[in-house]
Design a binder for this molecule. Structure first.
Ligand SMILES: [Zn+2]
Length: 96
């Protein structure tokens, strides 16, 4: 099952543990002090974690603290709310 193309970096979604091409996942970066932001450019420095671009993974990642564990931080209330808001714009089950 392992793909042979070495030029596409693979990352793992912290919620569903699926490996995908880096560009198919959304990068989240811990800026510091529990502030976690969506990093569209995928170039910001800081500890990062990846999630699939679907609502389910974000819900799982946030609710079960997979994201916090991966980023080794406790999400600030504002960041958590911002990520929930962001996930609400993502497609849900059956829409991908
Ligand atoms: Zn996922």
């Amino acid at each position: 099952m392992r793909r042979k193309n070495k030029h596409i970096p693979q990352r793992t979604c912290v919620a569903c543990r699926q490996r995908r091409d880096k560009g198919d996942l959304i990068r989240l970066v811990h800026i510091g002090d529990g502030i976690v932001e969506v990093d569209i450019s995928a170039r910001r420095p800081g500890r990062s974690a990846y999630l699939c671009p679907k609502k389910d993974c974000w819900e799982i990642g946030l609710k079960r603290n997979h994201l916090e564990r991966a980023l080794r931080t406790r999400l600030s209330t504002n960041s958590r709310q911002a990520l929930i808001d962001y996930s609400n714009n993502l497609p849900g089950e059956g829409q991908v």
